[in-house]
Unconditional design. Structure first.
Length: 357
C-alpha cells in the first residue's frame, strides 16, 4: 500500500499532469484541492507542457513554503501567464469565432521563425518568476520530471532532478507554431505532449506499489470532424498526445498483469468528462485571460473535491479507473499487444523515452 508510515499512514499520491494550454488552469484548481487535503501527501510529479509548468510551480512551492507556498506559487504562475499574454488576447477569440481570432486563424500558416525572428521567449520571464531550479534538483519525495521532444530524433527526453533547468521547462511547453525550438545540449526540443502527455514511468520507477493521479485535459474522443485549419492541427496534436499516453498506460497495465507483486493504482480526473459545454473547444486552450483562468481553476477545484468525495477511500487500496476498458480496448481490438516491455522482463529500468537526467 502506498502510504507513508512517518506521516500517520497518509496515502502518497504521485501526479501525472497533462498539457492543454489554458485548460491547465483546471489542473491548477485540482492541485489546490489536493493541497487542502491534510490526509493526502503529494509524491512525485510528472508533467508535459502546461502540466510541466504546473508541476514546477507546485514542487517549488512545496519545497520552499509547504502547502501554502505551493498554492501561492501556482497562483503566481497563472497570474504571470495572464500578464505576459495580455497584449495578445485581442488577437484570439475562442468558441468558434474564426473571423475575430486573427492570430488564432493565422497560427497554422506562420512559422515562429518568421513572426519571432529574434527568438523572444515570453515563457522564460514566466518560468523564472515562479521556479527555483536549484530546489527542483534536490529531488526526494516531490521529485519533478518533465518531458520534451527532440526535434531531430523524434524521441521524448525526460528531464529529472539531476538535469532540470529553466530551459527544460520552457522546452516542455514549447509549442512549435508559437516559439522557436529550445536548444539544450546542442539539440532542439519541442513541446513534450507530442510524444507523451505525460510520461508515467518516472512515477513508479522506484516502486511498483504506487498511486498515480492523472489530471486529464485531452479528450480521447471528439464527436465532430474538424474542418478549419486550426482545428485540424489541434486534433493532429491531440492524436499524438493520445497515442503517447496509451503507450505509457499499456506498459503500466502490462506490469500490473505480469510482474509479481506489482500494484500500480491509476486514478483519473478528466476535464473532458466533467467539463461544461465549450470547456474543450480547441480555441479555449489558446486563449489567455484571468477570468477564464479563474473559472477553470474553480471548476478544477470543485471537480477534484467531488472526485475525492467518491473515491478518497480507494487511494492506497485500488485503482478507480479501468485502464484497459477506458484506454486500451480499442487497441486490443486491432491486435495491438500489451506484452510486458522487454525492459521489465530483463530487470532493466529503461521503461520509455530518453531517460537522461
Amino acid at each position: 500500500m502506498s502510504r507513508d508510515s512517518q506521516s500517520g499512514d497518509k496515502p502518497v499520491v504521485n501526479l501525472a499532469l497533462q498539457g492543454g494550454g489554458a485548460n491547465g488552469a483546471f489542473t491548477w484548481g485540482a492541485l489546490e484541492c489536493l493541497l487542502d487535503q491534510e490526509d493526502i501527501r503529494i509524491g512525485r510529479v510528472s508533467g508535459a507542457s502546461a502540466g510541466a509548468l504546473n508541476g514546477a510551480a507546485l514542487v517549488t512551492g512545496l519545497l520552499k513554503g509547504g502547502r501554502t507556498g505551493a498554492k501561492e506559487n501556482l497562483a503566481l504562475l497563472w497570474r504571470k501567464v495572464a500578464e505576459v499574454g495580455a497584449p495578445f488576447t485581442f488577437l484570439s477569440s475562442p468558441l468558434r469565432k474564426p473571423g475575430l481570432g486573427i492570430w488564432d486563424d493565422a497560427l497554422p500558416l506562420l512559422s515562429p521563425y518568421q513572426t519571432n525572428p529574434f527568438a523572444i521567449q515570453p515563457l522564460r520571464h514566466i518560468v523564472e518568476a515562479f521556479t527555483d531550479t536549484e530546489s527542483l534538483r534536490i529531488g526526494g519525495l516531490n521529485a519533478l520530471f518533465v518531458n520534451a521532444v527532440n526535434v531531430h530524433s523524434g524521441r521524448s527526453r525526460v528531464f529529472g532532478p539531476a538535469d532540470l533547468s529553466t530551459d527544460a521547462l520552457i522546452a516542455s511547453a514549447c509549442a512549435p507554431f508559437m516559439f522557436q525550438a529550445v536548444q539544450i545540449d546542442g539539440e532542439p526540443y519541442w513541446d513534450g505532449s507530442y510524444a507523451a502527455n505525460p510520461m508515467l514511468w518516472p512515477l513508479y520507477e522506484s516502486s511498483l506499489d504506487s498511486d498515480i493521479f492523472m489530471v486529464e485535459l485531452t479528450p480521447q474522443q471528439r464527436a465532430e470532424t474538424p474542418t478549419t485549419a486550426k482545428n485540424i492541427l489541434n486534433r493532429i496534436n491531440e492524436i499524438a498526445s493520445i497515442n503517447g499516453l496509451i503507450s505509457e498506460l499499456r506498459s503500466l497495465h502490462a506490469i500490473n498483469r505480469h510482474v509479481s507483486g506489482a500494484d500500480l493504482r491509476m486514478h483519473v480526473l478528466s476535464l473532458p468528462d466533467v467539463g461544461r459545454d465549450g470547456a474543450i473547444e480547441p480555441s479555449v486552450k489558446r486563449t489567455v485571460g484571468p477570468l477564464l483562468f479563474d473559472s477553470l481553476r474553480r471548476h478544477g477545484y470543485d471537480a477534484c473535491r467531488a472526485w475525492l468525495a467518491e473515491f478518497r477511500h480507494d487511494l492506497g487500496v485500488r485503482s478507480t479507473v479501468d485502464v484497459a476498458a477506458r484506454y486500451l480496448d480499442s487497441q486490443h481490438a486491432h491486435g495491438v499487444r500489451d506484452d510486458i516491455p522487454q525492459a521489465v522482463q530483463s530487470g532493466q529500468r529503461d521503461l520509455g523515452g530518453d531517460r537522461r537526467r
